[in-house]
Design a protein around this ligand. Sequence first.
Ligand code: ZN
Ligand code: ZN
Length: 409
Amino acid sequence: MSWAGQAREPDLAGLSRVRGEVRELAPELIALRRHFHRYPERGFEEVRTAARIVEELRACGGYAIRTEVAKTGIVADLTGEAGSGPTVMLRADMDALRVQEENPHLEYASTHPGVMHACGHDGHMAMLLGVAKILARHRDRIRGRVRLIFQPAEESPGGAEPMIAEGALQDPRPDVAFGLHLWSKLPTGYAATRPGPMMAYTEELYLRVHGKGGHGAYPHEGVDAIVAAAQLVVALQSIVSRNVDPIQSAVLTIGKIAGGSVMNALAESVTLDGTQRTFLPEIRELCMRRVAEVAAGIDTALGTSTEVEYVPRYPALVNDPEKTEFAAGVVEALLGEGHVQRDFLSMGGEDMGFYLREVPGCFLFLGAGNPEKQADAPHHNPHFNFDEDALQLGVEILLRLTERFVGGS
Ligand SMILES: [Zn+2]
Ligand SMILES: [Zn+2]
């Protein structure tokens, strides 16, 4: 790998050497990914996973490693020997999901019942370790610093925020941040991103409708929480369809209802649990305000009293426009013209948004879908798998992005 040359001009000879090194690393990347896949661990329980990452980083040499950041997270810094320069942050998530894997044909299928890497985070860790290995070999040509963040609990309840609280973005503060997510909905060899908001604000929403219990044959003597809850579910849908500007986006989903105890009694209370997704802060606030107003209106009409509780989860993931343009260009140079979608939007949540709120950067989706390899099931599905050829591409992308900031002889 060459770290020489202009910061903005690709050194083609150097890049071809990167590719050679990554290609040589491919079997190791696959072995690491399969190890993580075989032994998945849930959020904040990634103990064995963290131990393996630390072992690999120590073997690289040169990394200053902080462990147990937000319980199981790792922050590893490689300080270049070619002089001072910016700090580039690269992030991978570590957690698996509460999903029972149904891929009996895979010899590396999960050995932990009910836990599975069904989102590709096993691949994210393998890629970042691949990057770590190659960077460590070229420390003498790095001008500045590279910070690798291995983060727990992305899926739930979120590891980015506690890692930041424990100093992951300090000493020094990174100047730019990048993250990759493997994506089975995109074919291998393609990528997607977007300048500005790309993924949604996510909030949990809990509504508790209180009525007054009574005999099902004498409804006039009580207050039926089920009738109120039913109207509330329908009325909430009018917020997105009637209050939000149709050019903007919002989702309100009630995913769980519980209430009542027997068929012939009025329900005393009903709980409704849901999620709200928005991109813009003003739409987020509008939805929150209207949910409270609609609930209060139904209370007035039907005599119930409803508590509305929002639990904010992740902020919108907002990519820095300039860094995103730069990253999309780098990725397109690698994958080919027309292989980078620049208007990707998702109502999904991603706690990478916490870092990108503080450090300008870009999050990219890297295609890893391939029906010929039975790697096209949706994320979080028991049949999920991804095309391991994408691992090499991910390593190369992260190296190229990093090189542009800290490369220099
Ligand atoms: Zn996921
Ligand atoms: Zn994920």
